[in-house]
Write a protein that binds this ligand. Structure first.
Ligand code: HEM
Length: 431
């Protein structure tokens, strides 16, 4: 297992379904055996190299789309779905493609099943209370000024570090994403570093299919810290409600364990993707000078630049589902109880949907729906928050502060991951 693949925030074990089979936790080996017996029924992509996926997944996605957009990948113990119509069809049908794939690791890591591992109506009962907090009006009026203040704070720190040393991931994207999430959730008396540590530890726990005791120790310690805070915060917000997500959940009538699980899910997953979008956008604009010039002269193009960057380098590359019955997807027969990997990063480069230039970064491309935020009932709850905090504020403000902001090619950048992909360092300069 690659380190990055083990760090998927929302989904538990990304490479095998072993941790994700709450439905039948003892049946995994039998399931695998059934798959190999029936292998001739469906395309098998046993050539997929998981290490290569983590370093650069896009050539592998292109081959999968061309040869067999629904294929059994034995190394991952999953069917990977890599074209747009296939991924979209999975997302629209929770009766056949269930999100209830959580196994022991996700439940173990955050203490209970969160909304992302439930189908309706249980899923919508967990999600409904915090939807109003994340609607466009609330994001613009209540949270916009908060996100703006946070961006100013961390841009000041980047300026202090200077154009020879600054790393946009370490010095801006990561602390900013953490602080924005702390505010939006309404966490109190916690530091940016502490919440980042919780996020990393929960994610490591969700991927701990090999039961590494050291990982559980760290995850349990962070879970205990977060639970202690929530034990105080939930009653506090019942007495003193405000506009935050924890307040909305605390006053929803949901059991405390549901609230705590969903807060911990949000801590796990609501930080890395916004963080990656700050660096993805600056990286994409740095290497596309003409488009960068366009957006810097016409700020109304920032929304298109964000949307194109999240399509082109989707921070969440794949997420799991599980079939509840035998079904046919894109002409391929899939047995009941099969693990499905919905590879939205690949669907987002499908030429059948986006045209021949699907692999190019082009902020002027004709608007077509993409799947970077998912779709259907689990459509990302935080997508307006991300568009505003990153696409309208964090990145435009960085260019206002440093008009010549660009990748520093004298120092090395690094990318990692496929389930969850982003820049792990992005040296920048602006002189
Ligand atoms: C650019 C940034 C982001 C991206 C690309 C992203 C992507 C996604 C995707 C693809 C899903 C669906 C996963 C699935 O169906 O299995 C999802 C779900 C979710 N996201 Fe985001 N996300 C981002 C930012 C955020 C933020 C900032 C928050 C919190 C404030 C957030 C909270 C959630 C929650 C709670 C869910 C579960 C929704 C449900 O089960 O109904 N996300 N996200």
């Amino acid at each position: 297992m690659t380190p990055q693949a083990a760090r998927c925030p929302f989904h538990g074990d990304p490479e095998t379904n072993r941790a994700d089979t709450g439905r039948d936790s003892g049946g995994q080996d039998q399931q695998a055996a059934n798959h190999s017996r029936q292998a001739s029924d469906y395309p098998v992509a046993d050539w997929v190299d998981v290490a290569a996926l983590a370093s650069d997944p896009y050539p592998i996605y292109a081959r999968l789309r061309a040869e067999s957009p629904v294929a059994w990948v034995p190394q991952l113990n999953k069917f990977l779905v890599t074209n747009y119509t296939g991924c979209h069809a999975v997302e629209q049908d929770q009766e056949i493609f269930s999100a209830e794939v959580t196994g022991a690791t996700m439940t173990r890591a955050i203490g209970a099943r969160p909304m992302l591992r439930k189908d309706d109506p249980e899923h919508s009962a967990d999600r409904a209370p915090m939807n109003p907090v994340l609607r466009p009006k609330s994001i613009k009026e209540v949270w916009g000024p908060v996100f703006e203040g946070n961006a100013e704070t961390y841009l000041e720190k980047v300026a202090e570090i200077g154009p020879k040393e600054a790393d946009l991931n370490r010095d801006y994207a990561a602390p900013l994403a953490s602080q924005n999430l702390i505010d939006l959730l309404g966490l109190k008396d916690v530091s940016v570093e502490q919440v980042r540590r919780w996020s990393h530890d929960f994610i490591a726990g969700m991927g701990n299919v090999l039961d590494d005791p050291a990982i559980w120790e760290r995850c349990d310690a962070s879970t205990a810290e977060a639970d202690r805070l929530l034990e105080e915060l939930i009653p506090y917000y019942r007495q003193t409600p405000d506009a935050s997500m924890v307040s909305a959940w605390a006053n929803s009538g949901l059991p405390t364990s549901n609230v705590a699980a969903n807060v911990k899910l949000t801590i796990s997953g609501g930080m890395n993707e916004p963080q990656h979008m700050v660096t993805n956008m600056v990286w994409a604009l740095s290497y596309h000078a003409e488009q960068s010039a366009l957006v810097l002269t016409d700020p109304s193009l920032w929304a298109a630049a964000f949307d194109e960057a999240v399509r082109w380098q989707s921070p969440i590359g794949m997420y799991p589902r599980e079939t509840t019955q035998e079904t046919i997807l894109e002409g391929v027969r899939i047995p009941a109880g099969a693990g499905i990997g919905v590879v939205v990063a690949s669907a987002n480069r499908d030429a059948a949907h986006f045209g021949d230039s699907a692999a190019d970064f082009d902020i002027n491309r004709p608007k077509r729906p993409h799947l970077a935020f998912g779709s259907g009932v689990h459509l990302c709850a935080g997508h307006w928050a991300a568009k505003t905090s990153i696409g309208q504020l964090a990145v435009p403000m960085a260019y206002e502060r440093f008009p010549r902001l660009r990748v520093d090619e004298q120092r090395n950048e690094s990318w990692d991951g496929w389930v969850f992909r982003g820049l792990t360092s992005l040296p920048v300069t602006w002189n």
